[in-house]
Ligand binder design. Sequence first.
Ligand code: GDP
Length: 199
Amino acid sequence: MDAHFVKSVFALKDLPNDRIPEIAVAGKSNVGKSSLLNKILNKRSLAKTSQTPGKTRCLNFFHVTPEKRGPFHFVDLPGYGFAKVSQTMRDEWGKLIDAYLALNDRPSGVIALFDARREPTDVDMDWIAWLGEWGRPYLVVLTKCDKLSKNEQAQSIKRWTLDELKVHKPILSSAQEGIGVDKIWQWIDEVRAGRKKAA
Ligand code: GDP
């Protein structure tokens, strides 16, 4: 598998021209996004690229060529969706991501990461509700599940299923133990094949 950082995009006019599928990934800082992306891509420190200064307020594109599958882009949306009620959403960066997600044909789906130990906040629920209305597939991934007992993991799934928001069943992940990686690949394959429907 090949995976490499392509570019940071600060304006829609700078989006990559190669029209390959795009899977966006969103999560609060420290949720374990870099660790999980590195695990999915089998790399040691690829995703940290997007945390270097100047690369936290933009869309970060990674080009991925998995074995036996066609290429696609992972698009890191740093911190997006977690400041909806704050000033941040009204700044240029929030507008850029809104505009990107509103484009007709990109991205194909969104992976939203939350720490499995946390309770959903109002802001998290707003963001998940928004994803539901968005009309394209999304996946809620609950990270660092190795820190929970089996019983706590089951409770975490339950509290993030949020029936009233019609959330697709969330999945548990652990970058440390490689949990959830196969399911995330399966979801990506289904999205890319157009088999995964929106909520
Ligand atoms: P990011 O800011 O979302 O990119 O988060 P990082 O991937 O840098 O991880 C933040 C912290 O959580 C680091 O100290 C990681 O070692 C730790 N971490 C990340 N994933 C896991 C995991 O699956 N299990 C455990 N126990 N710790 C994790």
